[in-house]
Design a protein around this ligand. Sequence first.
Ligand SMILES: Cc1cc2nc3c(=O)[nH]c(=O)nc-3n(C[C@H](O)[C@H](O)[C@H](O)COP(=O)(O)OP(=O)(O)OC[C@H]3O[C@@H](n4cnc5c(N)ncnc54)[C@H](O)[C@@H]3O)c2cc1C
Length: 431
Amino acid sequence: MDKQKLDVAVVGGGPGGLFAALALLESGQVDRIKVFERSQGYRPCGAGITVDVNGMKAVKAVHPGLCSRLEAAGVDFASFEEFDQYGQKHADRASLPIAQLDSADKLKKYGVKPGMISWSDIQQMIFETLPEGTVQFGQALSSFSQDEDGVRLSFEGQPDVHANFLVSADGYLSPTREALLGDGPPPFAGVMMWRARFPFKEGLGLPQGPEWAQAFIGGSRNAVVYGLAGNVVCWTIAVPLSICQENGVDFDAEQFATSKTRRQVSSYQNMQSDSTTTGNFHQRCMQAVQGFAPQFVEYVRNTDPSTMIEHGLFARTGDQMSSRADVGWGKGRVTLIGDAAHPMRPTGQGLNTALEDGAVLGWHVQDQGLTAEALRSFEKERIPRICKIAEQESARGRLAYQKDAKDSRSDLWGRNYKPTAKAAVTANSVM
Ligand SMILES: Cc1cc2nc3c(=O)[nH]c(=O)nc-3n(C[C@H](O)[C@H](O)[C@H](O)COP(=O)(O)OP(=O)(O)OC[C@H]3O[C@@H](n4cnc5c(N)ncnc54)[C@H](O)[C@@H]3O)c2cc1C
């Protein structure tokens, strides 16, 4: 046996790749596994995400101790205020997806407590649960090839790596997917997003402590701001590219052409920030929010640029994904997970489905051994569910910001979901 050869190489150290590595280790079938992440390390950045009932269940199935940590870090929203694009308060509507998680009720009903957690904290908690040295930073995959003997991975400026299997979790513009399937980048929805966090500050008119949320909606721009554990304030804003351009934001419009050539896929990489990229996000975002609610503009002004991420909204619909129902989304010794496999609208299920992926992959490998057949049966189990969730999340994304929307948080994705991993993977879990 080649001692240098890994059982599994995971490419991409986002929450999806980290959690898949954990689930594979917990399966008991995988010893030598490394996660290769292109950034040099993690930085506190981005906003927050709800780890919902389905995501918590997936985590609990793989690692109950990690689930408890996430539950303890999560917050619900006791207060919710909504403003228009001029900063005037609305009294009559509470439709945003982040409001009212009803976490105490869900705990009683489903045995896990959903909660809003800072994105960086989720990533850090999964990272800390992995054995030391599992994640290799500063390793940007440039190409790979596979044969009956395994997968050879080439990294920029680093020695090649040989592994039996490759799990690719390199995000929604996944170069691995393009090399494997050649099906082009996901369609660009014509919207730019910025996310960031800052420590609570007096004088900005923000509520004290965690568990509050504000929304600013109107004139095609939508923003949310909320307080999380540890006095962290997070915000996200979505701005149509047309408004960005009217406001003079310096983007290269060519980057948003919808061509499917690989050359353009690589230029899209500029629109997917990672833990290393900082760029001129703050300056561009300040331009994009010109003329928007003055309170929100002040939040952006008071944000440390190093915590910001910027990206375009790229999503595949359920219909686009269902075309792979018979063949799966991987090939041979390679599978895809998380946003690389199924990028969706950013309504929260991107993370939760990535967590489900990890749990279900772990279970298939535990059940069938580490084989290409296990990868295909994992994909075949996932595709119908992912298609359903993607369709529902597209509808919810559209609904959430409509003026007359009531409650867009209805049980669209079926919180009764029980990952198949539950029974089997839990057997190997370490508390
Ligand atoms: C820095 C960052 C901050 C984010 N913040 C938020 C947030 O606040 N709220 C929210 O809802 N979602 C956020 N997201 C998106 C969210 O993480 C995903 O939508 C979802 O969780 C699925 O995760 P993923 O692991 O599949 O993909 P991602 O989280 O996108 O992770 C992909 C990883 O692959 C790495 N990668 C890409 N190409 C290569 C390569 N060639 N070689 C090696 N590594 C590579 C990237 O650096 C990244 O770490 C953020 C993503 C990133 C990268």
